[in-house]
Ligand binder design. Sequence first.
Ligand SMILES: C[S@@+](CC[C@H](N)C(=O)[O-])C[C@H]1O[C@@H](n2cnc3c(N)ncnc32)[C@H](O)[C@@H]1O
Length: 282
Amino acid sequence: MSNASDSQTPPPASFRAGDPVVIIDRKGRKYLRILAEGKTFNLRGGLLSAGDLIGRLPGCRLQTSIGETITVHLAALDEYVLLMPRGATVIPPKDIAFIVHWGDIGPGHLVVEAGAGSGALTLGLLRAVGPEGKVISFEVREDFAGRALKNIAAWPEKLAGRLELRLGDVREGLAGLASVDRLALDVPEPWEVLPAATQALRPGAILIAYVPTIRQIDRLTLSLLDRPEFSPPEVAELICRPWVADRTRLRPYLVIPGHSGFILRARRVQPSQPNEPLLQQK
Ligand SMILES: C[S@@+](CC[C@H](N)C(=O)[O-])C[C@H]1O[C@@H](n2cnc3c(N)ncnc32)[C@H](O)[C@@H]1O
């Protein structure tokens, strides 16, 4: 399954139907919505017509039906990921940002991902690889694959031209691939992917895996330590504490998300070579 939309389209200058927007009220509360002709948004009792926003520039200020002033922006990618419809659970934006950086995912890379799920990580990967790069994403469930494609197509940057979404099991799909630069796994049993990953990843390539439980990260770590084709893995967990920041309060929120997942990184290493003879000293 693939989608060949142009990946070069710049973000629109003014709001269009289909755009994801963030509406901010006078108390700084955010409402994430998708613009559609004929739709009315209810913001705690204040009504706002989506049609009144279409054609306006991002950053515009308007009043709702109860006279409250609101500001409207194009949603940022992290906001969109939380707003977009889900099939599978998405990786939260704080972890996506880290995965992209820790995985050293950059322009021109060939990245393989599994599973596509709702397409949240896929969007981050697609952005990072740039117009010269490519993401091949495997997903076993047709309904999730369809959802991911829709979410990716609806993001205004139009990144789908860099994506090849393949319906199927990554363990089989990787077998037909070679010289892969990066592998990003968010599947329940990533250790089962290691044999196929070993042959598909080029030496120096990076494997990144995301798993929610200690049992999974333990098993994956041990599996990698048993494989000389990979460097010893590094494991991280990110705790993000958002703060309330207004004129009277500057402190962490009272309720914050506890745990999301563990992130693992390992490099594909060169097959072991006999040591080069030392240079003889004169
Ligand atoms: C937690 S979700 C991925 C969410 C995704 N990373 C996101 O941020 O939207 C895990 C997905 O992996 C898929 N999956 C599980 N095993 C797989 C396999 N062996 N190959 C391909 N996809 C697989 C599942 O169907 C599910 O959609």
